[in-house]
Ligand binder design. Structure first.
Ligand SMILES: [Zn+2]
Length: 294
């Protein structure tokens, strides 16, 4: 992954106090973060304030950032925490009352393993197990794609990524909820089989009592079916071929992934040539938190 390597390199430079690298990170990410926050706050300036705080939060937690994880996801996670904090302080609820259909993401409080201190406290063995589970889930998703099992893929993405109930998934896709339950059951069975082939001990992370919750969490944290920015760009230009077009529409329109929708909004506003957000202010207000350059 070239983009991820570039991110890693950038973070290394920021760690050593490189202000130019910090400016680059802000330039690269502020648009999608502001787009995400804007959909959840009263005004653009509220959204920009939150993103500014998230950038400061990122610098302050740099030592805990695991370079093997996606930088974009990490930034979104910090932003979500800032959003939750602000709502708690102001005793506000989100602008739109969360409902089952659209705002599923807003009802999820970020998991403890997503926080910087949470990551630090998570046992190494647990992390290794999660990595393995993520790998097996990727394998499962590829397998569905390879045999064109689009409906099965739709079902498991809605169940495990969007956290929807069987009955709601059934309604959404026009199939029986028993069929949904069957697809979900077989997916878990397959995962257990893959895991046992790899490492008998790893099966423990997927016993019956916690399988759903664990798969949900790993899928979300790793964003296993999220779209690359280049794919979103092709989608906007209307040059995406099947089956990717269907996967993209599923993820954006049916699942309604807020992180990919924020990326899409950002890309769209780049196309519109809209005035850039106040990145200079974001830079000036956060650069002081960097280690002094060496
Ligand atoms: Zn996504």
């Amino acid at each position: 992954m070239e983009a991820e390597q570039a991110d890693r390199f950038l973070v290394e430079q920021i760690k050593s106090g490189d202000q130019g690298a910090w400016r680059q990170l802000i330039d690269r990410y502020h648009g999608r973060l502001v787009a995400f926050a804007k959909a959840r706050t009263a005004s653009l300036s509220d959204a920009e304030d939150l993103v500014q705080e998230a950038f400061v939060g990122f610098i302050q937690s740099l030592d805990h950032y695991d370079l093997s994880r996606s930088l974009e996801t990490y930034l979104f996670t910090i932003l979500r925490y800032k959003l939750f904090d602000q709502l708690r302080q102001r005793k506000m609820t989100l602008i739109s009352e969360p409902n089952d259909a659209e705002d599923w993401w807003d009802r999820i409080i970020p998991g403890t393993t997503e926080t910087p201190s949470g990551v630090a406290a998570t046992m190494e063995a647990e992390i290794a197990q999660e990595n393995l589970l993520a790998e097996m889930l990727r394998q499962l998703i590829h397998e569905y794609r390879d045999r064109d099992a689009f409906q099965d893929l739709q079902v498991i993405e809605l169940v495990f990524y969007a956290g929807k109930r069987n009955i709601d998934v059934g309604e959404l896709l026009g199939i029986d909820q028993k069929a949904v339950a069957g697809i979900k059951f077989r997916a878990i069975q397959k995962l257990q089989k893959y895991l046992s082939e790899k490492d008998e001990a790893a099966l423990a992370c997927l016993d019956e009592s916690n399988a759903d919750v664990t798969v949900c969490r790993v899928w979300r944290e790793r964003r296993l079916t999220c779209l690359k920015r280049s794919t979103l760009g092709s989608y906007l230009m209307d040059v995406l071929d099947e089956p990717w077009l269907s996967y993209t529409q599923l993820h954006l329109d049916v699942v309604g992934c807020p992180l990919c929708l924020a990326n899409l909004a950002d890309l769209e506003s780049e196309e519109d040539d809209r005035l850039p957000a106040d990145t200079e202010r974001m830079f000036q207000s956060s650069v002081g938190f960097l280690k002094s350059g060496s």
